[in-house]
Design a protein around this ligand. Structure first.
Ligand code: DGY
Length: 324
């Protein structure tokens, strides 16, 4: 029986399926990931690894797992894995695309709405007992309906966010490495270069994977192009935005607000400068965190792992070149 290491408790039904096929070594701590050293130690002798985006599966971990054949990431993003090192060793890498698209798009909209209408700030105000009276100038935000939404990265989640914008009667611009004429026709979205999108949008929502090309894609120059009334939403990966530049833009009111679910360093440490900004809504990376979606992700990650270990092509393989 193959042995696998699972780096965190996931949906019990998926774990049961996995246990029926392979021998499972489970990291039982729900909120604390294994350290790098613990990872290196626990992968010795395993053929499969089911890991999370919090686990850096670098060349050292892969080298320590001399029997490893499949890495199944419980996430659609796989920037935590050194795919080149895995491929070189002939190790399959899998992810969980599709199942979390709509859930993450819902959360991007929640952030957009909360930041534009100052919802979390307003709640803090009320809970602090500061609400004296209905008042014409109290906690004014910006309208969403009829405005311009700019989507950076028109993949599955970007498209799901664009679809929701139709209900708000918005014009939608998008930027993507390659234009997508079929989506333009389907959703009525318009292609724009990044600078034009940043200049013209009232809301900019990021949906690009983190790669060497997208690291700090939004920095001081890009933030300076945005409208002073604009809102930036990031549910993709923290490092797509230069955090220091964003903190300055928020503090100096160069943009109106931001809504963030992801950060350059996670978890966001106490005392982080973002925590001092009142015009940012901060969430702890919960884009896909619905009961149904997390269960589907768990099953998908398990299916990928079992298929790979059986010598079959996993349904969601990110480095198919290992098979050739
Ligand atoms: C992912 O899957 O990449 C998300 O960030 C977590 O669901």
């Amino acid at each position: 029986m193959s042995r696998v290491f699972v780096t965190r408790p996931i949906a019990e039904s998926a774990l049961a399926k996995l246990r029926s096929e392979v021998e499972v070594d489970l990291w039982a701590e729900p909120e604390v990931p294994p350290s790098h050293a613990e990872l290196c130690a626990r992968v010795v002798g395993v053929e499969g690894l089911l890991c999370l985006l919090t686990d850096p599966i670098d060349a050292e971990v892969i080298a320590a797992a001399e029997k490893l054949r499949v890495i199944s990431n419980y996430a659609v993003g796989y920037d935590n894995i050194d795919v080149a090192a895995a491929t070189q060793r002939g190790v399959m890498v899998c992810n969980t695309p599709g199942v979390l698209t709509e859930t993450t798009a819902d959360l991007a909209w929640a952030l957009l709405t909360a930041a534009a209408r100052r919802i979390t700030e307003a709640e803090r105000y009320l809970r602090a007992g500061r609400w004296r009276s209905w008042s014409p100038e109290l906690l004014l935000g910006h309208d969403i309906h009829g405005r311009v939404l700019g989507i950076v990265g028109l993949g599955r989640i970007g498209r799901a966010v664009a679809r929701r914008a139709r209900g708000f009667g918005m014009r939608v611009l998008y930027h993507n490495p390659s234009p997508k004429p079929e989506v333009e026709r389907e959703l009525g979205v318009e292609y724009a270069d990044l600078d034009t999108l940043l200049r013209e949008s009232d809301f900019v929502s990021l949906h690009t994977p983190l790669t060497e090309n997208t690291r700090h894609l939004i920095g001081a120059r890009e933030l300076a192009l945005m409208k002073p009334t604009a809102v930036l939403v990031n549910t993709a990966r923290g490092a797509v935005v230069d955090t220091e530049a964003l903190v300055s833009a928020l503090k100096e009111r160069k943009i109106f607000a931001a809504g963030l679910d992801v950060y350059e360093g996670e978890p966001l440490p106490p005392g982080h400068p973002l925590l001092e900004c009142d015009n940012v809504v901060l969430l702890p990376h919960i884009g896909s965190a619905s009961v149904a979606t997390r269960e589907r992700m768990a099953h998908m990650a398990v299916e990928n792992l079992i298929a790979g270990l059986k010598g079959e092509r996993p349904p969601h393989l990110v480095n198919p070149e290992v098979l050739s």
